[in-house]
Design a protein around this ligand. Structure first.
Ligand code: NAP
Length: 283
């Protein structure tokens, strides 16, 4: 069996087209959805991420502001900037690129963002809203994974989903979203005793670990849906996921590639959340 591909680039293009249309409708009412991206320090990977986010905004007709600061910026200065952005009516979404320099408390900074502008979905209020099933902003990466499942018309009700990884930004919210769709969810992590025994029972596997080949063909039951969130480098320095793609695609029913899978969806859902924030602000 060869798995069908869930193409994150193609789905992103479609969803970004919808974002552009909704942004144009808001603009006709005199409101341009605006995202502020805040980068502190000169982490090379972060610089690439923020550039991609700003470009994606521009391409979809959203206004974006990139605020870049020296790594020496103090926590108080950053908190003051966030406060100003919270009060800026032209900004509907605020994203602080992580990681922050060690002298800044990232948790405190995220908590200083107004929940109404928390388009990354990392604020405790957003996490709580997801937990209890209330409206709020969903973290972009797991939200993108849910859109990928939706795009293939996958019915999660009654299925067994196994999430590998329990981070606050991917694994845990992913598990909650799957649960909300009535899947039976198992969360695995570094202390899980027999990962293979878990994944072999899964109809859906989401790998969000950050290690190559965490999921191999012998760990997947035929026809399972495999979503690969991981971003790693192989021996040739090329981007790869957590899943042994070549092996697993022989067994799985559906699979997401890396690159071209979850990565573009993450940025797309940031645009969706920003637009949503602007629409909510506009009433
Ligand atoms: P993280 O905070 O490092 O979490 C990794 C999780 O994997 C932890 O819960 C850890 O367990 C678990 N883990 C580690 N080794 C394991 C093993 N051998 N078996 C089972 N579980 C294991 O990472 P993250 O932020 O969630 O990101 C995960 C991956 O997704 C990374 O590669 C990251 O770059 C990628 N990512 C991609 C996107 C995208 O847009 N495509 C977005 C975000 C993240 P413990 O909790 O027990 O330590």
């Amino acid at each position: 069996m060869t798995a069908q591909l869930i193409d994150g680039n193609a789905l992103s293009k479609q969803l970004r087209g919808d974002v552009a249309k909704r942004a144009a409708a808001l603009k006709a009412r005199g409101i341009t959805p605006g995202l502020a991206v805040v980068l502190v320090g000169d982490n090379p990977a972060s610089q690439v991420y923020v550039r991609n986010k700003v470009k994606a905004c521009e391409d979809s007709g959203l206004h974006s502001v990139l605020e870049k600061y020296e790594a020496s910026m103090t926590e108080a200065q950053l908190l003051a900037r966030i406060e100003a952005l919270n009060n800026d009516p032209s900004i509907h979404g605020i994203l602080v690129q992580l990681p922050l320099p060690a002298h800044i408390d990232a948790h405190k900074v995220i908590e200083s963002i107004s929940p109404a502008k928390d388009v990354d979905g990392f604020h405790v209020a957003s996490a709580g809203a997801l937990m209890v099933g209330q409206p709020g902003f969903w973290p972009c990466t797991p939200y993108g994974c849910m859109k990928m499942l939706e795009s293939i018309g996958y019915e999660l009700k009654g299925k067994h989903a196994v999430v590998i990884g329990r981070s606050n930004i991917v694994g845990k919210p992913m598990a909650l979203m799957l649960l909300q769709q009535n899947a039976t969810v198992t969360i695995c992590h570094s202390a899980t005793r027999d990962l293979k025994a878990m994944t072999l029972q899964a109809d859906v596997i989401v790998a969000a670990v950050g290690k190559r080949n965490v999921l191999t063909a012998d760990m997947v039951q035929p026809g399972a849906v495999v979503i690969d969130v991981g971003m790693n480098r192989n021996d040739e320095g090329k981007l790869c996921g957590d899943v042994d793609f070549e092996g697993v695609k022989q067994v799985a029913g559906w699979i997401t590639p890396v690159p071209g899978g979850v990565g573009p969806m993450t940025i797309t859902m940031l645009l969706v959340n920003t637009l949503e924030a602007a629409e909510r602000a506009a009433g």
